[in-house]
Design a protein around this ligand. Structure first.
Ligand SMILES: [Mn+2]
Length: 322
């Protein structure tokens, strides 16, 4: 695989010559996936470039990302072009995470992969993947510079969302001077930092907080492996009337445990348990996730298990013990 910088040059060339750009991010998109994709969507529009943005079904957006501008103008996956001339994927470490949009990705003339996951398989025809970038949003900013496309406020708001979520509010180890420099550039677009922060991190429905409390009382700490684990079952969601996409931040409560090295949360979903891993001591949870069919970063990763949430936790326990 070529270096990301050279690949970004090729990506800019492909996009500069394309009449239409089809954008897609991974299933159950997070702040970086949605933010980096919608940022390029806004930049294309500002250039008068035809563009569409999509992600796999279910097309739910977690409530804390619904303030992002442009989400009302996205395209359902069923109406995504089947053979796009230029398709770009964002924050998507493997082609499988595109769900049914995989078909379009495999038929695209140019498939540009913008990402920062070290575990990315490089499934594109152009792979701009920098594992040292704090967020895919950083890659989009670099791409815009190569295209000579100026930022605008909507794009800045979307990029900031990707940056602030993937750095854990500028607290994780990936918070480099480059991150602060980009944050400064973006904040200069008069972004409403306080309300963005509340939307993203500080606001949850009463029902979710009550459900989280109930789930936290069942949290388990395994002194031997240093694993703290918690589950959200189908019954928890039903009893409190909470939707899966509301529960994305639950891992951030569990990983606070001082005695733990690794935190795992397994959440019920119709297609299997959705498992999130966080490392607090340098344990490479990305490698654990890969061994269980998923991917991610060394400090934050995940996988899906076609079975119960309890089984999923046991798989992680066994992987860490072995
Ligand atoms: Mn990301």
């Amino acid at each position: 695989m070529k270096g990301w910088s050279e690949e970004l040059d090729r990506a800019a060339q492909a996009i500069a010559g394309a009449p239409e750009v089809a954008l897609a991010c991974h299933e159950w998109p997070d702040g970086d996936a949605l933010g980096s994709m919608m940022a390029l969507f806004h930049l294309c529009r500002a250039q008068g470039r035809s563009s569409l943005a999509s992600w796999p079904e279910p097309e739910e957006v977690a409530p804390h990302y619904r303030f992002l501008p442009g989400l009302d103008a996205t395209t359902p996956p069923a109406r995504f072009p089947s053979e796009p001339a230029v398709m770009v994927t964002f924050d998507c470490g493997s082609i499988e995470r595109l769900g049914k949009l995989q078909v379009a990705a495999r038929s695209a003339h140019h498939l540009i992969v913008l990402d920062h996951h070290a575990t990315n398989s490089g499934y594109g025809s152009i792979n701009a993947i920098d594992p040292n970038a704090a967020a895919t949003a950083v890659m989009v900013r670099r791409l815009a510079r190569r295209l000579d496309w100026p930022l605008n406020r909507d794009a800045a708001l979307c990029l900031y969302t990707g940056l602030v979520t993937d750095t854990g509010r500028f607290q994780y180890a990936n918070t480099t001077p480059e991150v602060f420099a980009l944050a400064q550039e973006l904040a200069a677009f008069d972004l409403p930092i306080e309300s963005i922060t509340r939307e993203l991190f500080e606001k949850s429905r009463f029902a979710y907080i009550q459900m989280a409390a109930a789930c936290l009382t069942r949290m388990r700490l395994d002194a031997g492996t240093g694993l703290v684990s918690a589950t959200i079952t189908e019954e928890d969601l039903g009893r409190f009337g909470v939707a899966l996409e509301e529960t994305e931040g639950f891992i951030d409560l569990v990983r606070r445990t001082a005695e733990a090295r690794v935190a795992v949360v397994a959440r019920y979903a119709p297609d299997g348990a959705r498992v999130s891993l966080r490392s607090m001591d340098g344990t490479d949870v990305g490698a654990v996730a890969v061994s269980l069919g998923g991917g991610g970063h060394a400090h934050a990763a995940g996988f899906t298990h076609a079975g119960s949430v309890e089984e999923a936790v046991e798989l992680v326990r066994a992987a860490l013990a072995g």
